[in-house]
Write a protein that binds this ligand. Structure first.
Ligand code: AMP
Length: 228
């Protein structure tokens, strides 16, 4: 069975970190629309030129554009065995388009990471990202200087991680993205996750939720026997 996963949650909930861990654990690609858009901005492509001002303002790039980018990515052979979507869908039209794209494929597992607003603002303003490998740090992490522990790259702040834009991104989340909880919550494969814990504990909760949603274990964590 292919693991078709979505990680939802507000900016700063830890979606990228958890998506990366899941992708590595299951050998499936992490598909982050934010990363793809930032790469397009860096590369100076037509897509990047159109997206930059929108991203810097904390608004959402148009549905048609991101839907096209995701469709193209999920059609590639490596995504046939599954994928972890990070930052998509962010609107109800995007969620509908995703359902249409996945017709005939295994059901979506939807993880919704929940974190209080004050903690989100704190995390986003403290976030530093490695220019080399994309590793994410908080300025309150111990041993964080100005270099990445993994690759030695320079740590920088994302241009949209400043207070004014962070507040706008949280408003956009409430207006455009939170309605997706209602869109998905009645599906048997929907799982809420407490994201206000340390990342290792969130990762454990995420792994258990994926196992239960994929039918590998019962909801109380006990393994499910296979019929022979
Ligand atoms: P992220 O890295 O997920 O926080 O995304 C950074 C920015 O990219 C967002 O604030 C949006 O401007 C844009 N973006 C990423 N994903 C989407 C999406 N699914 N729909 C619209 N805009 C997006």
């Amino acid at each position: 069975m292919a693991l078709n996963l979505i990680i939802m949650g507000p900016p700063g909930a830890g979606k990228g970190t958890q998506a990366e861990l899941l992708a590595r654990a299951h050998g499936i690609p992490k598909v982050s629309t934010g990363d793809m858009l930032r790469e397009a901005v860096q590369a100076g492509t037509e897509l990047g030129r159109r997206a930059k001002a929108i991203m810097d303002a904390g608004s959402l790039v148009g549905d048609d554009i991101v839907i096209g980018v995701v469709q193209e990515r999920l059609d590639r052979p490596d995504a046939r065995r599954g994928f972890v979507l990070d930052g998509f869908p962010r609107t109800v039209p995007q969620a509908r388009a995703l359902d249409a794209m996945l017709t005939g494929r295994d059901p979506l597992i939807v993880l919704n990471i929940v974190v209080p607003d004050a903690e989100l603002v704190r995390r986003l303003l403290a976030r530093r990202v490695c220019e080399g490998c994309g590793a994410v740090y908080g300025t309150t992490d111990t041993n964080v200087a100005d270099r990445c522990r993994r690759c030695g790259g320079v740590l920088t702040q994302r241009s949209d991680d400043n207070e004014e834009v962070v507040r706008e991104r949280l408003r956009v989340y409430e207006r455009e993205t939170r309605p997706l909880v209602e869109y998905y919550q009645d599906r048997p494969t929907f799982r809420p996750i407490d994201g206000a814990q340390v990342p290792e504990n969130v990762a454990r909760a995420v792994a258990a939720a994926v196992d239960s949603a994929a039918g590998l274990t019962a909801d109380d964590g006990t393994p499910v026997g296979r019929d022979i």
